[in-house]
Design a protein around this ligand. Sequence first.
Ligand code: TQI
Ligand code: ZN
Ligand code: ZN
Length: 169
Amino acid sequence: HYSFFPGTPRWPPNRRSLTYAFLPENQLSDSVKTIFARAFSRWSAVTQMNFTQTESYSSADIKIAFVTGEHGDGEPFDGVLGTLAHAFSPPSGFFHLDGDENWVIEGDTSSLTTMSAVDLESVAVHEIGHLLGLGHSSVEESIMFPTISSGTRKVDLASDDIEGIQTLY
Ligand code: TQI
Ligand code: ZN
Ligand code: ZN
C-alpha cells in the first residue's frame, strides 16, 4: 500500500502547475531531457498537476541536478550503485541524481551490457513520486516500492501509485 511522508506534505492547491529545470553545468542532451519529460507526464496523466521545463534553474519549483559525492545537503552520494538518486518532499523540489551511476536511457544500446546499468526513466518516475509527496509502497509492482531488481525497467504507474497520488492531488 502507498504511504505519505510524515505530516503529509504536498504542493498546495494553488500550485497545480510546477516548473522544473536542469542544472546548466550538467549540459544534458535532448534525449536525456526527453526522459525526464516522459517521467513527469506519467504523473500528470493521472492528476491535475502539470509540469513544464524552464531555463531558469534558480526560480524553478523542481531543480534537477546530476551531482557526485558530497554535494552540500548532508546526503552524499556513494559512487557506482548504492544510492542512485534522492528527492525531497514538497515543497522542497530538490531532485539529485548520482552522477557516478551508469545511467541508461531506453533505446541506448551502447550501455546495455554494463552490469551496473541503471535505467534513468525508472528512477526519475520514482523520485518524482517523492517530490510530489509519496513515500514508499509495500506493493512490489508499485513504482514507489523501495527496491528494484538490477537491470529492471519499471516506468508504468501501478494502481497503488495512482490511488496514492490521487489522494494527494
Ligand atoms: N534512493 C532512495 C529512494 O529514493 C532514497 C531514500 C531512502 C528515501 N530512504 C528513503 C527516499 C525514504 C524517501 C524516503 O528511495 S535510491 C530506487 C528503487 C532509489 C531506489 O537511490 O535507493 C529508485 C532511487 F526503488 F529502485 F530501489 C530510485 Cl527507483
Ligand atoms: Zn542531494
Ligand atoms: Zn524511494
